[in-house]
Design a protein around this ligand. Structure first.
Ligand SMILES: C[S@@+](CC[C@H](N)C(=O)[O-])C[C@H]1O[C@@H](n2cnc3c(N)ncnc32)[C@H](O)[C@@H]1O
Ligand SMILES: *[C@@H]1O[C@H](CO)[C@@H](O)[C@H](O)[C@H]1NC(C)=O
Length: 385
């Protein structure tokens, strides 16, 4: 690619709060987002607040015509279609799901464009790789002559103490080919040449190693609802010095954190289900859109008072009176990560901000829908180099 080439023209579909746009900036690739498309007014308000100069089309993707796409003459398409139809827990309706319509619409338009985009990056949840939507995607790409590579990657492979295992696809149209050896297998780590990387353990996301009867038989539950196996994994993660500590992502000074403390009711009811981390931890579980509202499986909480040991607090906790339980648990000062801290863990730059009118709950929701900026920046470099 000539150094003097004009900036790549980028189309950002399902733009949300602009995770892709930040990744593009971070990648250092000379590019301009010529259009971002999203139908959600809350997300759009945040996008516009941070990217006032970017044309943002507040409409459904199915509402964009072939002509309009042609007029953009884009070189790059970045997209993260809505996850629900592809999540493994959800009904496996997949392509028959209404929410997949817009994605199928794009795949239908692609071969009919005047000029094929040279580069495509797609992000989705884990499980997309076994969906029929993915089959349609790959068939379309093959028919259009694209070369492509699929990945399953988590930010932990870049030394970020947050698990967020996601499916990614990079596609490139000839005559250009990838700068790394491609494979028909889904890669679970970044290719060698692409900077800091280490084996990305699928298991470290807690996705593949949910407690099985196997575990609980030999591993016996130690404290909380944890098996020995899970505890071991957490210890191993906390001992991995290639990963940064949670404390590097926290807001300082620790003021006005009262509002983020878990209320007594939640403590009593869900203590056993919480994933608790300390500032010195080198791990946290994936933050999802229900964070701060629902407790189970939506993201880690932070132990902000370190005067007592977690182990002591949870030692035969279920045998204690309600008062004693609460006394022990409140002593830990367990709090939610703030939206800003989650944004930090997800790689959003300091200058990313929310308009004041956006509630805390909405902030958690949009971030839970977004992506890790550093992971995508690395992928964009791989795609365009
Ligand atoms: C998984 S989120 C993508 C988030 C984005 N990558 C970010 O960084 O925030 C999916 C987004 O697609 C939008 N969306 C879903 N269906 C849509 C459609 N048919 N047309 C336009 N936008 C749609 C949702 O409003 C949501 O913001
Ligand atoms: C937009 O997204 C927010 C945050 O995810 C959600 O709370 C809201 O219901 C959505 N609004 C519409 C109109 O879909």
């Amino acid at each position: 690619m000539a150094a003097t080439a004009s900036p790549l023209r980028v189309l950002e579909l399902y733009s949300g709060v602009g995770g892709m746009h930040y990744a593009l900036k971070e990648s250092g690739v000379a590019a301009e987002v010529v259009a971002a498309v999203d139908v959600n007014t809350t997300a759009n308000q945040i996008y516009r607040h941070n990217f006032p100069a970017t044309p943002l089309w507040s409409k459904t993707i199915e509402g964009v015509t072939l002509d309009e796409f042609d007029m953009l003459e884009c070189d790059v398409v970045l997209m993260s279609p809505p996850c629900q139809p592809f999540t493994r827990i959800g009904l496996q309706g997949d392509v028959s799901d209404n929410r997949a319509k817009s994605f199928l619409y794009i795949l239908d338009l692609l071969p009919r464009l005047n000029k094929l985009p040279r580069f495509i990056l797609l992000e989705n949840v884990r499980g997309f790789e076994t969906s029929s939507a993915r089959d349609v995607l790959l068939t379309t790409l093959r028919d259009c002559g694209y070369g492509f590579q699929e990945f399953l990657l988590s930010p932990t492979s870049l030394g970020i103490p947050n698990s967020r295992l996601r499916y990614f696809l990079l596609a490139k149209s000839p005559p250009t080919s990838f700068s790394f050896p491609t494979s028909s297998e889904i890669l679970e780590r970044f290719p060698e040449s692409s900077g800091p990387s280490q084996p990305c353990e699928v298991g470290s996301d807690g996705v593949t190693d949910t407690p099985s009867t196997e575990n609980s038989r030999d591993g016996s539950v130690l404290f909380k609802m944890e098996t020995a196996h899970e505890l071991q994994r957490k210890r191993r993660q906390d001992g991995d010095e290639t990963v940064m500590k949670i404390q590097d992502f926290l807001e300082v000074p620790e003021e006005e954190m009262e509002r983020y403390l878990l209320p007594p009711k939640t403590l009593l009811r869900y203590a056993m289900l919480l994933d608790i981390v300390q500032p010195s931890s080198r791990r946290s579980v994936c933050f999802t859109k229900g964070y701060g509202h629902y407790v189970e499986g939506t993201g880690s909480v932070l132990q902000s008072c370190l005067d007592s040991e977690l182990q002591d607090v949870f030692q035969s906790l279920d045998l204690q009176t309600e008062d004693e339980k609460l006394r022990r648990l409140t002593g830990l000062k367990l709090r939610y990560f703030t939206p800003r801290e989650i944004a930090n863990l997800m790689g959003f730059p300091d200058h990313f901000t929310f308009p004041d009118v956006v509630s805390v709950k909405q902030r958690y929701r949009v971030l839970g829908n977004s992506l890790n900026v550093h992971v995508v920046a690395q992928l964009i470099r791989l795609l365009v180099s």
